[in-house]
Design a protein around this ligand. Structure first.
Ligand code: ISE
Length: 327
């Protein structure tokens, strides 16, 4: 029968996954939702005609739930993923896997002891066609060795609870995973620079930030992260290699001329820009879980990214370059 899925955390992303599982994912059925906000749980449960379960751990251990999608805030992930492992429940956990290297490593080890892979991490860019093409181009060796990745990560706005650390932990984490995925190398050091803050950003928020990642092979990855860019959501990457460059995320598939002007449109947020990638991610997760496997970024990938981002948070605080050591 269909995979019966519960979604934990039904904020923007959780609701998006709930809708996807209810309407677009084959072989799966949304059966329950859970959130700390009881009114929101009720409203989303009613919208999709599923059960509202207040306690996330009750949803994880529910015999009528086969698998779980975690879309709660990052700080809640560790306990929830460990509970999934303890009860043998396959889990697609939104990024970040956790908010520190130690806690993510705990998950890697718990899964290893279990001897069965149950954790997939929600790095959806790996399912985006442009990222896949760029990775294939790098792997082909056609352009020679990669020298730089220049990354731009802009959000129109962020929710009120977003902190300066979360620019690293929640936003830059995507660039960290993308760099590992595209280059096939680990990140060995991080430096976070703090330019003047935008007056459009909430008081006290260090936005934008400029992040420099160094890879094991000596390539450099720079990231402009700017989460109150106001005009829209834009994620772009340029690869510079020995014999050429390549860009993704230009979003120029349609150029219109009208009303004495010309141009295209810019996505409002990540649901629009990466909608197809999320669809593929969840479909392949469901298909894999039904076969008893995982088909996407693993707990180890979640740990590697978490370790780099934890070093990034330290660099944000101290202003210094921080090295990363994976266990
Ligand atoms: C958000 O949490 C995401 O995961 C988005 O993909 C990312 O682009 C955004 O910056 C984050 O706020």
């Amino acid at each position: 029968g269909d995979l019966r899925v519960a979604v934990l955390g039904v904020g923007v992303m959780g609701q998006d996954h709930a809708r996807r599982l209810s309407t677009r994912t084959a072989g799966a059925r949304l059966v329950a939702v859970s959130d700390v906000d009881a009114a929101r749980t009720r409203a989303v449960a009613d919208e999709f005609g599923v059960r509202a379960v207040h306690d996330p751990f009750a949803a994880i251990t529910d015999p009528d739930v086969d698998a779980v999608v975690i879309a709660t805030p990052g700080f809640a992930h560790e306990e929830q993923v460990l509970a999934c492992l303890e009860h043998g429940v396959p889990v697609l956990c939104e990024k970040p896997l956790t908010t520190s290297a130690e806690t993510s490593l705990r998950i890697v080890r718990a899964e290893r002891e279990l001897g069965q892979q149950l954790v997939q991490v929600g790095f959806m860019r790996r399912f985006d066609a442009e990222y896949q093409q760029l990775r294939a181009l790098v792997a082909s060796g056609e352009l020679g060795r990669p020298l730089f990745l220049h990354c731009i990560h802009r959000n129109a706005s962020i929710p009120p609870h977003f902190t300066s650390e979360m620019l690293v932990l929640d936003s830059v984490v995507h660039e960290v995973d993308a760099a590992r995925y595209l280059l096939g190398e680990e990140i060995t050091a991080v430096t976070v620079l703090r330019p003047r803050a935008s007056s459009e950003a909430p008081e006290g928020l260090q936005d934008p930030q400029f992040v420099l990642l160094e890879t094991a092979g000596g390539a450099l990855v720079d990231v402009e992260v700017f989460v109150n860019a106001r005009y829209g959501y834009e994620v772009r990457t340029e690869l510079v290699a020995e014999r050429g460059t390549a860009q993704i995320g230009l979003g120029v598939d349609l150029v219109r001329r009208s009303a004495a002007g010309w141009g295209g449109s810019i996505p409002r947020d990540f649901r629009e820009r990466f909608g197809a990638a999320y669809d593929t991610e969840v479909q392949r997760w469901v298909d894999a879980v039904r076969r008893g496997t995982v088909d996407g970024p693993s707990a180890w990938d979640g740990y590697a990214a978490a370790a780099v981002c934890a070093a990034g948070v330290e660099s944000l605080r101290t202003g210094r370059r921080v090295e990363v050591d994976l266990s």
